[in-house]
Ligand binder design. Structure first.
Ligand code: PPS
Ligand code: MG
Ligand code: MG
Ligand code: MG
Length: 361
């Protein structure tokens, strides 16, 4: 069965992606509350991979497999570590969590034909295979989804910001992005108020914030990046020093005359904060380790920024290239901000790079 709804382009994809991301957010929040921190295992890249990453990928890929069976998925995680004997305890936990999540009662707007609701549990093998549907290599042509089941793993483990990020690309152009942020305050002006948002953007249809509690049936707020002055502008940047060159950001903000301190937020929640005007510039320059940015770390956020009226490019001002496979290729950094500020940031980045080169002579 292929989901089909022609009211707006990608209407069915949007509803299903929102439902899938919401369910994954419920799962990750419950994983955190049950403190499964102890169950982390080490991957080759030594990043913390939790039971939440695997179970959230199992849930979302299972839903996409049911609704869009022909669409390939570029997902961050793979199930290799879960198929071996030493992965048994973790695997059992993941299967239980994924099945609890898939078989939870239908919410307003959800459809049983998406494979959701009571009696929709899957077998261990089905769930491991669902995780491994994320092994697609990506590329230039056709439809594909890209998924980061928990972006900002370190933020998640600290109880701070993290995001569940899903995007649909067609011929390497992002057409739909959905980001779930369980810990993000609904309004930045009320940081101790209610938390839990879903952000959604569809090409040509705008960017919106929904409530995580009832994203398909509740209110939605249209997002537009506001205009900033040098006085009101602030930078959004990574928390983890290993992920972006924060000293470079400091120099760029000096050149721009920025006086406000940067806001450090884990994960693609930075793109969400930018889209709703909580900060003016997201700058992420490489630390020089040769790390290549992954498409699932930027696809959903990029369309959110564009549909909120902003621009996203690399540090040279060139568009991000999602056609190269699982990564964005050689790392020239990321600049996302409002249209008016963008040329100024690119010029400031160029100047800061020239100064850096000069000082290394
Ligand atoms: N060396 C290096 N350079 C750049 N980026 C890296 C690097 N190492 C990891 N990562 C990726 O960063 C993702 C986390 O996003 P952020 O850096 O925005 O948030 S955070 O400050 O780390 O929380 C994080 O995503 P998750 O693995 O999904 O958490 C990584 O994919
Ligand atoms: Mg990771
Ligand atoms: Mg990530
Ligand atoms: Mg991740």
């Amino acid at each position: 069965m292929a989901a089909n709804d022609t009211a707006h382009p990608y209407a069915a994809e949007t509803q299903i992606a929102i439902a899938a991301v919401r369910r994954a957010c419920v799962l990750t929040a419950s994983v955190f509350n049950k403190l499964v921190k102890q169950e982390t295992l080490t991957k080759d890249d030594k990043s913390p991979v939790t039971v939440g990453d695997f179970a959230a990928q199992a849930v979302i890929n299972t839903i996409l497999d049911r609704t869009f069976p022909d669409d390939p998925i570029v997902g961050e995680e793979d199930a290799t570590d879960l198929r071996i004997e030493s992965g048994r305890a973790l695997r059992d936990r993941i299967v239980e969590l994924a099945n609890d999540t898939l078989s939870a009662d239908l919410q307003p707007g959800e459809k049983e034909e998406w494979g959701l609701g009571p009696n929709h549990g899957r077998t261990v093998d089905q769930l491991l295979d669902a995780i491994d549907r994320g092994n697609y290599d990506g590329g230039r042509t056709g439809r594909m989804w890209t998924l980061d089941p928990i972006d900002g793993t370190k933020g998640f483990l600290r109880g701070e910001q993290y995001a569940v990020c899903l995007a649909l690309l067609v011929d390497a152009r992002v057409e739909l992005g959905v980001i779930g942020c369980p810990n993000l305050p609904v309004a930045a002006s009320n940081p101790s108020g209610p938390r839990g948002c879903i952000f959604v953007a569809v090409r040509g249809q705008g960017a919106y914030q929904l409530l995580l509690d009832n994203p398909l049936g509740g209110e939605r707020t249209k997002l537009t990046i506001p205009t900033f002055t040098a006085e009101s502008l602030n930078f959004l940047e990574s928390v983890e020093k290993a992920h972006a060159k924060l000293s470079f950001n400091e120099r760029v903000s000096q050149i721009l005359g920025v006086t406000r301190a940067p806001t450090r937020i884990d994960s693609q929640a930075k793109y969400c904060a930018l889209a709703r005007g909580d900060g003016g510039v997201y700058l992420r320059m490489p630390v020089g380790s040769g790390y290549k940015e992954k498409i699932w770390d930027h696809a959903a956020g990029s369309i959110l920024v564009e549909e909120a009226g902003g621009v996203i490019s690399d540090g040279r001002g060139e568009p991000l290239d999602f056609s190269l496979g699982r990564t964005l290729g050689e790392n020239y950094g990321i600049v996302a901000c409002g249209k008016d500020v963008h040329p100024k940031v690119i010029a400031a980045v160029k100047q800061a790079k020239a100064e850096e080169a000069q000082s290394q002579l």
